[in-house]
Design a protein around this ligand. Structure first.
Ligand SMILES: *Cc1c(COP(=O)(O)O)cnc(C)c1O
Length: 382
């Protein structure tokens, strides 16, 4: 079933939800995605892990996304079964042999990422290699000040190993490519240029032309207090960096945005279960949709939704407590809300499309799982 409401208020009036509700704004998702597709001078793969909700995937597909960065067999199955004409790319540097085999034989996946010689052996064993298989080597990039997560801490080959992997895959007749990920919510456009410089050095060492260059994800989103350069600056750095590489004309430029496509398109409506002074107890928290407030220090915009009576115009900072019994389950930054907020009120928390539902646990029996579509404007959009 797919519930749809004209706006958040009518959803609250209809459901009076005592459970958290995700409000998908397909129109916002479509606009954001279309703009990204327009600006990026290459192939855009959506990083499924960011938000694999079927309704989100469909909105992205409807906006024109035809390629998906997947990291597991369930993600690959979800993409290929939902959209038979879309491509899934196996972008996890460590895969089980069974997953490689099934991805290729059952789901027709032909692009695999590796960052180690033994992983390359696994992919070649299970697929047979050759012209029909593309091996993309994931590069280690230096940590960038101004990203939330340093994604090269766990994966990535250094330059010499990457060059050797390219040559080895090429010698087995495969198409080859290079990839990196500068880190999520990257606020420094120059990070992409810097990473492309490393790509250039590897290409010099490898002396092998590449058919794929994948600049990864990391494109940021405007949260509360984020000092975000425009997407155009990122694209310019990428274009300049790519130009210097003098790639062959048949090389496909790709990227793998997650957050930048979906964060704005989903909000979360929670209910206040109890107020104690300036503390509110709500029905979602750090073990549910809001873990990135802790891990990434995100600050999110919020507004009160009350069905009867006008809320006070006087605002005040409140501490929001999550529903579990763990005393750590407190949101790390306060929210400004009308000073008379109380039990039974709802709060809409915006910009939660990325890494929210995907990271939610069932701890203590609380699990956010309701999603509806709405058509009103997100918080802060004029
Ligand atoms: C998580 C991830 C992405 C998406 O990153 P965002 O910061 O959400 O854009 C892309 N590629 C890889 C390999 C990832 O692990």
């Amino acid at each position: 079933m797919e519930a749809q409401f004209p706006d958040v208020r009518s959803m609250v009036a209809a459901l009076k939800p005592s459970y958290p509700v995700y409000c998908l704004r397909p129109e916002v998702l479509r606009r954001t995605t279309e703009r990204f597709l327009e600006l990026f001078p290459g192939r855009v793969l959506y990083a499924v892990k960011c938000n694999p909700h079927p309704r989100v995937l469909r909105a992205l597909y409807e906006a024109g996304i035809r390629h998906f960065d997947t990291a597991s067999l369930p993600e690959i199955a979800l993409v290929r079964e939902s959209f038979p004409d879309a491509g899934a790319y196996f972008m996890h540097p460590v895969k089980s042999r069974a997953a490689i085999h099934t991805a290729e034989r059952v789901y027709g996946v032909d692009t695999f990422i590796v960052d180690h010689a033994e992983e390359l052996v696994k992919v070649l064993d299970e697929t047979g290699g050759g012209e029909g298989v593309t091996i993309v080597v994931r590069l280690k990039t230096p940590p960038i000040e101004g990203t939330f997560y340093h994604l090269a801490a766990k994966f990535g080959a250094d330059q010499d190993d990457a060059a050797a992997l390219l040559r080895e895959a090429r010698s087995r007749g495969c198409q080859v490519g290079l990839a990196f990920h500068v880190g999520s919510q990257c606020l420094v456009p120059g990070a992409y240029r810097q990473a492309l410089g490393i790509v250039g050095e590897v290409l010099e060492k490898a002396k092998t032309p590449i058919q794929v260059l994948d600049v990864g994800g990391g494109f940021p989103v405007q949260y509360v207090g984020t000092n975000m350069p425009p997407l155009e600056d990122y694209i310019a750095e990428i274009e300049d960096g790519v130009k210097e590489l003098k790639l062959r004309r048949d090389c496909v430029l790709m990227c793998e945005p997650g957050r930048a496509l979906v964060a704005d398109g989903v909000s979360l409506v929670v209910q206040v279960q109890l107020r104690k002074g300036d503390q509110l107890y709500i029905n979602d928290g750090i073990y549910g949709s809001l873990s990135e407030m802790v891990t990434a220090g995100l600050k999110l915009p919020a507004r009160l939704v009350r069905l009867k009576g006008k809320p006070s115009e006087q605002m005040r900072a409140f501490i929001l407590n999550g529903p579990t019994c763990d005393s750590l389950d407190v949101l790390p930054s306060t929210f400004d809300l009308p000073e008379d907020v109380g039990e039974g009120d709802w709060i809409e928390i915006d910009r939660v499309g990325a890494y929210s539902h995907a990271l939610a646990s069932r701890f203590n029996g609380f699990y956010p799982e309701t999603l509806v579509a709405v058509n009103d404007k997100p918080i802060g959009a004029g």
